[in-house]
Design a binder for this molecule. Structure first.
Ligand code: GH3
Ligand code: MG
Ligand code: MG
Ligand code: MG
Length: 326
């Protein structure tokens, strides 16, 4: 284990050892017009790599783009095309921009080699090629490439984890905080309404107490799914607290938001939630409070909007629950 970051919680562990021991053979693409050399290289690499070869430069370029190779090798003595241009093309294509590139040069071809390195070639081999050196240089590049790919996908995953609530898959409160004020500003400057609804499950503590915490979690997931089914892609739905959710709806006035809220309320009340593997089945209700920018003061803020939606929610609770207040 090279890098762990348990303390942060959002960054997945990086296990380099398991990456290095992947069963899959590396995929190498060789652009070369000398079949005997290609065969020799294929033999030298056969234990850990699958080598594909191509002699025709234009065909080679399209194959390099489509082939998802771990490494591309270019014989810099190829005659049918300018091998330097070949290298720079490979560097410029989106699909091969980050693919390691290895140049094969003749002894004394220093100027061509320097030019190739300037164009972004990662490493080189001098002919006659030594097998140990070949394997060392190839494996270094392939490992580096896989490591970078791994970092990129873990980074993507941690970005998602950082803004997502794990239990429900909805956005978390942190994401809401970073987006709601922008939504609010946009509503302010465009003069379009923005509505916020706060939803709180009724007597949720009783569900936990009677059926257990796991059953409570299950209810939260069920509820989150009902929300997901009810919002548009432009809406921002998040888990705001334990059993409290918030939906921010751009271009939506209080009347339209009330219709959506009422639909969610009815939908939730009409469904039964199956708990504990079918042993229990319960009904759940939700109370909803709504606030909209159009009935606020000009100097209103996103925080004040949430506060007003919370006050409306309180009215819904004290008014008997299972209702919408706007
Ligand atoms: P009300 O109708 O007034 O909203 O009553 P309530 O019981 O729903 O409200 P209260 O705020 O008293 O209780 C919320 C409960 O939600 C308390 C807490 O233990 C529980 N809770 C918070 N987060 C989670 C969670 O992630 N999973 C589970 N199962 N329960 C949670
Ligand atoms: Mg409560
Ligand atoms: Mg509640
Ligand atoms: Mg609550």
């Amino acid at each position: 284990r090279y890098a762990t970051s348990k303390g942060l919680g959002v960054v997945p562990d990086i296990d380099l050892d398991s990456m290095a021991t992947t069963d899959e053979k590396g995929r190498i693409f060789l652009i070369d017009d000398q079949p005997d050399q290609a065969e020799r290289l294929r033999g030298m690499l056969a234990d850990d790599y699958v080598l594909s070869t191509e002699a025709e430069p234009t065909v080679a370029l399209s194959r390099a783009r489509l082939g998802e190779f771990d490494l591309v090798m270019v014989n810099m003595s190829i005659e049918a095309a300018d091998p330097l241009r070949l290298c720079s093309s490979i560097r410029s294509f989106e699909e091969t921009r980050l693919t390691p590139l290895l140049a094969i040069v003749r002894q004394g071809e220093t100027r061509k080699l320097v030019r190739a390195l300037e164009l972004g070639v990662n490493d080189y081999l001098t002919r006659p090629i030594d097998q140990n050196e070949l394997i060392a240089r190839v494996s270094t590049q392939v490992r580096r490439k896989r490591y970078i790919e791994h970092l990129r996908s873990s980074f993507q995953a941690s970005l998602e984890m950082a803004v997502t609530d794990q239990l429900t898959g909805l956005y978390n409160r942190r994401y809401l905080a970073s987006h709601l004020s922008a939504m609010f500003d946009r509503a302010y400057w465009t003069g379009r309404p923005l509505s916020v609804m706060v939803l709180d499950i009724d007597h949720f503590k009783g569900i936990n107490d009677t059926y257990g915490h796991d059953a409570g979690d299950r209810v939260l997931q069920h509820f989150a799914e009902r929300i997901r089914q009810s919002v548009r892609s432009m809406d921002l739905a998040c888990r705001y607290g334990g059993e409290e959710f918030l939906i921010a709806m751009p271009d939506t006035d209080k009347h339209a938001a009330s219709l959506v809220a009422e639909r969610i309320r009815e939908d939730v009340a009409a469904q039964r939630v199956i708990l504990n593997g079918g042993r229990d089945e319960i009904g759940v209700t939700v109370s909803i409070g709504i606030a909209s920018t159009e009935d606020g003061l000009k100097e209103d803020s996103a925080q004040k909007l949430i506060k007003r939606a919370d006050e409306a929610l309180y009215q819904a609770k004290t008014g008997g629950r299972n209702r919408v207040m706007a």
